[in-house]
Write a protein that binds this ligand. Structure first.
Ligand SMILES: *Cc1c(COP(=O)(O)O)cnc(C)c1O
Length: 363
């Protein structure tokens, strides 16, 4: 290191240094094959091993039982907003959505194009600064599935545990911004999806973990690539997948396994978030933007007393080598994304800079 700066971007986000250095070599010549990872046939032995290892490592990392399938799908999490209802919402049934932020809203809106949807919970009343209490959930009668967003990337809130769902109803989760940042009990879900570019790798690939039987529900009239069963049957190789992105996810998962697994990630992520939240809690100048009980460990949102000072902070931070701190346009303020690969040193350096800024700008 380091001609690199501190990267707090919300996604695509920072990746582990060791993974990036290995990728530089593997782009040239993967595992002594004489061919780089981006040049290998997706039908060849070398890539076959790359994708099989990625799957095995993911299974090991999250303790995924055999009746769950691991799929790699293109189109981003946004495409899953459509694929989920296309596959899991039969005519005459209703899908229930827990709306806790912008991405949850978008998922709900997209599902409405394919069938009947119901808002079972909404955080709009608190402007999404809190995950509402589960006692406020009102499910429809016998929903086809319940959809939630486990971590709200834009507002900086997260579900601390899974909400209760009616017996037998599959829980579907968009985990794009907290996947593999903490342990996850896959068996509580019917389907989990995560766009890779926050915690898992580069953009261009979505990790889907789904209960085998759910993949068989889709009408066979759907476009081939919109049916989960295609990815199950062809092991995500019906057509040419983004081979480099899948390789990268595999390497990141190996890095997590070597770094204490999901428990190790959770511990480090809690430590990093504490550094910043502890500072925010004692500061008279910066304020955390969301309720204490809903604080995300991945995306930490905060603000000063005015939009002018927020803008000044973001611009001075950039000059000092802290990137990606400007909040999303729909939430305002600032946001520091502390994904798995964000080193603790970056958070410590950020807090030191915030202290300086506070001192220089306090009345
Ligand atoms: C980033 C993000 C998305 C959008 O992902 P794309 O890959 O851009 O489609 C969806 N949901 C959540 C929770 C996100 O953080």
């Amino acid at each position: 290191m380091s001609d690199r700066i501190h990267n707090f971007g919300a996604g695509p986000g920072v990746l582990p240094e060791s993974v990036l250095r290995q990728a530089q070599q593997d782009l040239w010549n993967l595992r002594g094959s004489g061919i780089g990872i981006a040049e290998h046939s997706h039908r060849g032995k070398v890539f076959e091993k790359v994708i099989a290892e990625a799957e095995d490592d993911i299974r090991l990392l999250a303790g995924i039982p055999d009746n769950y399938k691991i799929l790699f799908i293109q189109g981003g999490a946004t495409q899953q907003f459509a694929m989920v209802p296309m596959n899991l919402l039969p005519a005459g049934r209703t899908a229930d959505y827990l709306i806790t932020g912008v991405w949850a809203q978008k998922a709900h809106q997209e599902a409405g194009k394919f069938g009947s949807v119901h808002v079972a919970l909404s955080g709009e009343g608190s402007k999404f600064t809190q995950i509402p209490p589960v006692s406020e959930i009102e499910y429809s009668e016998n929903p086809a599935y319940v959809h939630l967003t486990t971590n709200n990337t834009i507002y900086g809130t997260e579900w601390k545990t899974e909400p209760p769902v009616p017996p037998g109803v599959p829980l579907v989760a968009d985990t794009s911004s907290d996947m593999f940042s903490r342990p996850i009990d896959v068996t509580k879900y019917g389907l989990i999806y995560a766009g890779a570019q926050k915690n898992l790798g580069p953009s261009g690939i979505v990790l889907v973990i789904m209960r085998e039987d759910l993949a068989e529900q889709a009408p066979k009239t759907l476009p081939t690539l919109m049916q989960y069963r295609t990815y199950v049957k062809e092991k995500s190789l019906y057509n040419t997948p983004p081979t480099f992105a899948i390789y990268m996810v595999g390497q990141v998962v190996k890095w997590i396994l070597a770094s204490g697994g999901l428990a190790g990630m959770a511990e480090r992520n809690a430590e990093k978030a504490k550094v910043l939240y502890d500072f925010l809690d004692q500061s008279a100048f910066f304020k955390p933007s969301v309720h204490r009980d809903s604080r995300s460990l991945m995306n930490i949102c905060f603000r000063t007393a005015s939009e002018e000072l927020d803008a000044k902070f973001a611009s001075e931070a950039t000059k000092k080598g802290f990137d990606g701190l400007k909040g999303h346009r729909s939430a305002g303020g600032m946001r520091a994304s502390l994904y798995n690969a964000c080193p603790k040193e970056s958070v410590v350096a950020l807090v030191a800079f915030m202290k300086e800024f506070e001192k220089a700008n306090s009345a």
